[in-house]
Design a protein around this ligand. Structure first.
Ligand code: MG
Ligand code: MG
Length: 248
């Protein structure tokens, strides 16, 4: 069942979303050549706890860390580690926070030092695909209108959308119905209503859309080892413009 959130629930989700957004702002300042992804994890955890919230991913289905830190060909669910970021890397950071029983979830892919113009294009196109998806998150539209918009945008730039992982409903649980794929034909699936809250999250690959999971059973990488980017916002459908809950 897809739930529509009350005004009070949306207020809690705004609060969670703002903490996630502020965590991303701190992380963006810290991402530089030589920093380890474990340092970023510590920073995020401290920040979320000081804000009075709880890291939503830590312990979720057994995930051991606060952030997912996915570098270069890693698509999602990368483990923070002692690996130091190098010039020209890209890092996707996924952050979730819970406060008063409600969740926010957002991801961004950041450049480390100087990245190639080819890589810049991937980041820009993935963020653009996210906003094309959000644009469709309106009362009266169908769920797959979001999916189709994301896919069309990514493919128009010559990239591929990951099939094996999708966006999701979010609210009093970190993952709720419905699944929000980043691909598909428009005009299908449930009709969107004001009060629905979704995490829209394109994962876009430079090469093949195919991915595999590493031996740690978490980290997902591209099958061809080419780069992948990931952008995500938690949004609320309203009677007017979609509201982005994880943007400052
Ligand atoms: Mg996320
Ligand atoms: Mg998510």
């Amino acid at each position: 069942m897809i739930t529509c959130k009350s005004k009070r629930e949306l207020e809690y989700m705004r609060k969670a979303g703002q903490i996630v957004a502020r965590t991303h702002r701190e992380l963006a300042k810290a991402v530089k050549v030589g920093v380890s992804t474990m340092e970023l994890d510590r920073l995020a955890e401290d920040f979320i706890i000081k804000a009075g919230a709880r890291p939503a991913f830590k312990g979720l289905y057994g995930f051991p860390y606060t952030i997912c830190a996915s570098v270069n060909e890693e698509v999602v669910h990368g483990f923070p580690s002692l690996r130091k970021l190098e010039n020209g890397d890209i890092i996707s950071i996924d952050v979730g926070a819970e406060i008063n029983g409600y969740f926010g979830d957002s991801a961004v892919t950041l450049p480390v030092g100087e990245i190639s113009s080819e890589t810049q294009k991937l980041l820009k196109a993935t963020e653009e695909a996210l906003y094309k998806g959000i644009e469709q998150a309106r009362a009266g539209k169908r769920l797959s209108d979001i999916s189709h918009a994301v896919q069309s945008c990514a493919e128009s730039h010559g990239y591929a959308v990951v099939r094996d992982f999708v966006g999701h409903g979010i609210g009093s649980k970190p993952h709720e119905e419905p699944q929000v794929p980043n691909f598909g034909r428009p005009g299908r699936g449930p009709r969107l209503k004001a009060g629905m809250t979704l995490a829209i999250e394109p994962m876009i690959n430079m090469g093949t859309y195919e991915v595999q999971t590493l031996a740690n059973n978490w980290t997902v990488v591209t099958l061809d080892a080419k780069l992948s980017a990931h952008f995500e916002h938690t949004i609320a459908i309203t009677d007017d413009e979609p509201e982005i809950l994880t943007r400052i």
